[in-house]
Design a protein around this ligand. Structure first.
Ligand code: HEM
Length: 480
């Protein structure tokens, strides 16, 4: 089987190369070493399935961008089908269904003000709300990450279901958060990783089985989405021109399609699955990045000082940082770029499949082969980012103090499946991080500042952390 694929590390029977990855947590180093040894295309085996890894920016441009249609499908993973009850959603679907719903999600987000002032206002309301929560406990140890998580959940939930988690809804979010935290730990085990890719071997290992975990997870999350969707159905006004959230826009489109005799494309199952995709992709990645931003900056006092002196000069104490300040804050942008590069959320990116026979670097690759745009290796390429594990925002600043655009910074991936939430995520990260550091003086809790060490984890989730906050400036914070 290996003969016709690009050479790579020798796979073990049943296991493939997954053991090497799990023994080098969180996995970056083994992929970098294989790239050095085999070049920017090699084969990596997860269990019995080979994946062609594309590990340089230039080759990704030649394949995923210039020949995007060939790489646009997702590789079908049986455990995903199990959760979703078939080929549904955006993240895991292919073909006409995927194309229609990716576009629909992008258009709907745009209608809600992405790229316009409306989304910006929504996020600033969350910033203001975070400040109120933090201000209520100044000088005490408080759970910074939980407050941030709640705010980021509010942004996405408002877009999908039209409400924020406050007042009596706060309890809803508490339950969801516990579920997500449980999921982060329960799924990040050796057994689950092995079971996902090599079911027969994984099943023999001790611990809770992937099937049981998936069932539990699915039932809990889908019951939240289904309740929200039902509530929308009860109160929707099909004649209103404007939709207030994604679920409403979807139900209206569903009715239009049904009137044309089309019952599959905008099905109910597809609705709960797209909600799941937007909700989970939109919350965990953005929250994780913001928490890593706090962790990296708090561990680098010199970076914090530079960020603050720029903020003091450009923004000052009397107002919120807004997106209109973005171009005047090159160091802040550089620091956020560097956070995204170092946070490097996906040690192995999601797997795509070739839609036709093709050739990569002289190797003939058959239709349906797994291919991975290995973005973590690209963002740790020492030719582009010398001393790649060092957190150093200055690598994005030129000798005139201007921001340098580095093409190899691709945390949102590349090609036809590039993250559709990029605009929203960038806006959130900038506004939450810049306003937080402008507003507060931060001292460590009794546990110290959050660790930036990832060597003890399978996934790249940051650790929850507490800190003691005090206002940098006295006087009331301005209302927006
Ligand atoms: C810092 C935040 C984020 C990061 C780093 C991130 C990163 C990514 C990456 C690497 C992919 C996979 C691309 C590929 O297949 O190669 C992806 C896909 C996706 N992301 Fe994000 N994302 C973020 C935020 C968001 C947000 C806020 C949303 C929703 C509003 C979102 C929705 C999605 C969806 C729906 C997909 C699947 C797209 C498709 O398959 O066509 N993401 N994201």
């Amino acid at each position: 089987k290996r003969r016709n694929l690009p050479p790579g590390p020798i796979p073990l029977p049943y296991m493939g190369n997954i053991l090497t990855m799990l023994m080098n947590k969180p996995g970056y180093e083994c992929f970098r070493n294989w790239t050095k040894k085999y070049g920017d295309v090699y084969t990596f085996w997860m269990g019995k399935t080979p994946y062609v890894m594309i590990s340089s920016y230039d080759l990704l441009k030649d394949t995923f961008v210039r020949d995007g249609d060939t790489y646009k499908d997702k590789y079908p993973q049986p455990f995903n089908q199990k959760i979703r009850g078939g080929n549904y959603g955006i993240v895991e679907s292919n073909g006409h269904l995927w194309n229609t719903h990716r576009r629909f999600a992008l258009t709907t987000l745009r209608d809600f003000g992405l790229g316009k002032d409306l989304m910006h206002e929504k996020i600033l309301i969350e910033v203001e709300n975070i400040f109120k929560k933090f201000d209520a406990q100044l000088g005490l140890e408080q759970d910074v990450s939980v407050v941030m998580n709640n705010a980021i959940a509010n942004v996405i939930n408002q877009n999908i279901f039209g409400y924020r988690f406050e007042g009596d809804k706060e309890e809803d979010f508490k339950k969801l958060r516990e579920l997500m935290e449980y999921q982060e730990t329960a799924f990040a085990t050796f057994k689950v990783y092995v079971e996902a890719f090599i079911p027969k071997v994984g099943a023999l290992l001790p611990g809770r089985s992937l099937d049981v975990l998936l069932e539990e997870w699915r039932d809990n999350f889908y019951s939240f989405f289904d309740t929200q969707i039902e509530n929308h159905r009860k109160k929707i006004d099909f004649d209103s021109q404007e939709s207030l959230d994604y679920a409403e826009a979807y139900l209206k489109e569903q009715r239009k399609q049904e009137a044309l005799g089309e019952f599959e494309l905008f099905s109910n199952k597809q609705l709960s699955n797209t909600c799941l995709d937007l909700w989970s992709a939109g919350l965990s990645t953005t929250y994780t990045t913001v928490t890593w931003a706090l962790a990296y900056v708090l561990n680098s006092p010199e970076v914090l000082e530079k960020m603050r002196s720029e903020l003091d000069e450009v923004v000052g104490k009397d107002r919120f940082v807004t997106t209109a300040d973005k171009n005047d804050l090159p160091y802040m942008n550089a620091a956020i770029n560097e956070v995204q590069r170092c946070a490097n959320l996906l040690p192995v990116n999601v797997a795509h499949a070739t839609t036709r026979d093709t050739v990569i670097n002289g190797y003939a690759i058959k239709k349906g082969t797994g291919v991975i745009a290995q973005i973590s290796t690209v963002m740790l390429d020492e030719k582009v980012f010398p001393d790649p594990y060092k957190f150093n925002p200055d690598r994005f600043i030129d000798e005139h103090g201007k921001l340098i655009k580095v093409e190899q910074l691709i945390p949102f991936s590349i090609g036809r499946r590039q993250c559709p939430g990029e605009g929203l995520a960038r806006m959130e990260i900038f506004l939450f991080v810049a306003n937080f550091f402008n507003h507060y003086q931060i001292s460590p809790s009794s546990e110290g500042f959050p660790s930036i060490d990832k060597s003890d984890r399978v996934g790249v989730f940051p650790k929850k952390f507490k800190a003691i906050l005090n206002r940098r400036f006295y006087g009331p914070s301005k209302e927006i």
